[in-house]
Design a binder for this molecule. Sequence first.
Ligand SMILES: Nc1ncnc2c1ncn2[C@@H]1O[C@H](COP(=O)(O)OP(=O)(O)O)[C@@H](O)[C@H]1O
Ligand SMILES: [Mg+2]
Length: 394
Amino acid sequence: MDRSIAIRADGVSKRFAVHTRKATSLKERLVARRHADERPFYALTDVTLAIEAGHTVGLIGANGSGKSTLLKVLAGILRPTTGTVDARGRIASLLELGAGFNGELSGRENVYLNASLLGLTRRETDRLFDSIVDFAELGESIDNPVKHYSSGMYVRLGFAVAVHVDPDILLVDEVLAVGDEAFARKCLGQISQFQTEGRTILFVSHALDLVETICDRGVVLDHGSVIYDGDPAYATGTLRGLLGTDRNPADDAGTPGLTIGGITVAGEAGEPARDEFVGGDPMAVRIVLDVREDVVGSCHELAAVVMGAGGLPVWVMRVTPDGGLPRLPGRWTVDFVTECPPVHGGFRIAVRVADAAGTTIGAAQGGQTFWVRTGKQGGLVDVPFQVKAEGVEW
Ligand SMILES: Nc1ncnc2c1ncn2[C@@H]1O[C@H](COP(=O)(O)OP(=O)(O)O)[C@@H](O)[C@H]1O
Ligand SMILES: [Mg+2]
């Protein structure tokens, strides 16, 4: 393995025999078992990820996208079904609640058990013990069985152990959100100290603004696959876009008389969708919409808004009837033909149709994310474009 890489996953897939939705009745259990035999479930599919030593990487994705599973595979707690994992140095991890501690044992016993699993001697742990209890703010409770701990206490102890064992690599699942704010601040302070000490950190968080501020790289998982790996701000933009697609476009649509049927980004109008561009490439955004007679008169403007990180508009292309927007009811195909601007990042497209007063009468977001691999990061750009629109009357 390349010396600069601290931890890597190569073509990692993880199959679970049973999908974890808890079966409650006997019948459900039997059905679940039968399904399990028929259809293995992949929580991770062909994940390749190499993290350079000293980097802080944010791992984000919707619930169930495989984040915790990936951390467990990297931590060596789960064995990948296919693929390999390599790590250089000591890995400390703070995984999901329930992983790592034995509930029957006291906090004290768990500290020794965990530390020994991480390769510390009893003597080394003795030396760290008070500081661990102190950091975890557990006081006397350290001698109570862990099963009686609140989730906050549990996380505090887990984090205290993880940061005291002098790890080269720290893996943190989103459990940090469980503790109170003061403790979360303390953890972040510790993480930033680790950053200055050049340790490698991979952490899962729902706090996307945190990922944008403290990570130097963001990885987005979707249904067990890496769909974006790069600039953290664009990673969070990609995820926000992805989560946005869960919304029903009909919620936005102001009228049933207008349906936005498709938004496609391609190299040339009418070509199949493409998701990678470099600045200067020809680009065509095709919008197909069905417009009924009762609304055709009020369609005054069609706008395609290209959104980057955080759902922020980066550039907008508009057309009005004067510019060629068809005036007949039917299926409209509108192509915005332009040149991909030099703006590095991941983007999605939102489409809005408004009437002359500016009121939205139809809106939708494109499910497709496309990436521009070159150019400056962020900022607004002025993008010249041409538009060609036509309608086929019903
Ligand atoms: N031990 C398990 N057995 C079966 N399915 C599991 C198990 N652990 C996780 N899964 C399933 O794998 C998928 C990914 O889970 P997880 O890695 O916990 O996602 P995330 O942390 O991103 O929410 C989910 O559909 C989850 O139900
Ligand atoms: Mg999880």
